[in-house]
Design a protein around this ligand. Structure first.
Ligand code: HH2
Length: 347
């Protein structure tokens, strides 16, 4: 079968598969997807036992069951919350609220107190239509916040940037993670510099640049196209010396996607575990929630955001990037206990 590719995802039971590890015999239901360059995409359901009985399919099952290494000291055996701190005048939901360094630090500490496991600090909005900011302006905004936070919090600090020089400077200050919405494609130096930092890196998929990305995003099959693109970026990172164990992948909700693209990605999210890296979902307060609910003000999309976070957790996402940490933490605590049938201390 020339030009054919096979993919495997858990339609249900991804969390149980991950817990069961190589012993995986659980009741997960799998979907086998075959895409040929010259024909329709075929999808059929199979059981874990059927997957294990076929050597080629068993190889696709392995990354769905393999444990992920700890990230910046955090075990990834349960969904972790990345609290968002935008040190910007123009972010889509909280622009200008935390542009002052003191306000940004206070907000980050409040998110930590609410239960954020990681704090994601960004100083350049990448919302649709956003204009890029210069290196020096981005660093002017970031430096006091990073320096202040690194002495004030025990939570790992993630740096949301596309610029290699910002990665280099922030790594020198001691940040723990790089989060790049361009998956290290924005600058020709990004791969090399990110490799040198030795830090874990979030590779997010985006089609196009924030200024134009919502103009007319098109895909053959959004789920498989984003998967293939992220796989190529992982390969590029590995070739540049960033080992797979340092990578986290993210389908990039809202970045060059229509409403239906976003919904297909969320519904098929478990596919991305096949890449063998932790999966991050960033759906918080985004426009697709407004489109589904009619809530125009981003800051009022908390309930919809929590629903999206739970949907991501149900598909085994290890990291959830959220503005509303307390609300998401409360929902996750209840959801985890009622789906498990016991509290975590009883496991
Ligand atoms: N979304 C935004 C920014 N950074 N990083 C990852 N990994 N995944 C995302 O989905 C993601 C991201 C956009 O949200 P926000 O930071 O709230 O807004 P803005 O870009 O306007 O500052």
């Amino acid at each position: 079968m020339s030009g054919a590719r096979t993919y495997l995802r858990a339609v249900s039971g991804q969390r149980e598969l991950a817990r069961a590890g190589s012993r995986a015999t659980g009741n997960a239901l799998l979907e086998l997807i075959q895409r040929r360059s010259d024909g329709p995409i075929e999808r059929r359901h199979i059981t874990v036992q059927e997957a294990q009985a076929d050597t080629k399919i068993a190889a696709l099952l392995a990354p769905l069951t393999a444990p992920r290494p700890a990230l910046a000291g955090l075990a990834l055996d349960r969904p972790r919350l990345m609290g968002i701190v935008n040190v910007t005048p123009d972010s889509f939901s909280d622009g200008n609220l935390f542009a002052d360094p003191g306000a940004a630090i206070a907000h980050a500490l409040a998110l930590e107190a609410e239960g954020a496991d990681i704090l994601d600090i960004g100083a350049e909005s990448t919302r649709p239509g956003a204009q890029p900011v210069s290196l020096e302006e981005e660093w002017r905004r970031l430096q006091p916040v990073l320096a202040g936070l690194l002495t004030a919090t025990r939570a790992p600090i993630s740096l949301d940037t596309r610029k290699p020089e910002v990665m280099h400077r922030a790594a020198g200050l001691g940040v723990h993670l790089i989060n790049d919405v361009s998956a290290l494609t924005w600058d020709a130096e990004s791969l090399r510099v990110a490799a040198e930092t030795g830090l874990p890196v979030v590779l997010m998929h985006a089609q196009g640049d924030p200024r134009t990305m919502q103009a007319n995003p098109t895909y053959d099959d959004v789920l498989l196209d984003v998967y293939d693109w992220l796989e190529h970026r992982i390969d590029a990172c590995v070739a540049a010396g960033i080992g797979r164990e340092r990578l986290i992948i993210d389908p990039g909700i809202g970045f060059g996607k229509t409403l239906n693209h976003n919904l297909e990605l969320m519904a098929g999210l478990s596919l991305f575990h096949g890449l063998g890296c932790p999966v991050l979902l960033g759906a918080s307060r985004k426009a697709f929630i407004g489109a589904l609910t009619g809530v125009k003000t981003a800051a009022e999309r908390v309930t919809g955001s929590v629903a999206a976070a739970l949907a991501g957790a149900a598909q085994g996402a290890q990291l959830l990037r959220v503005h509303d940490v307390a609300a998401t933490r409360q929902a996750l605590a209840v959801w985890e206990a009622v789906t498990a049938g016991h509290t975590r201390s009883q496991t």
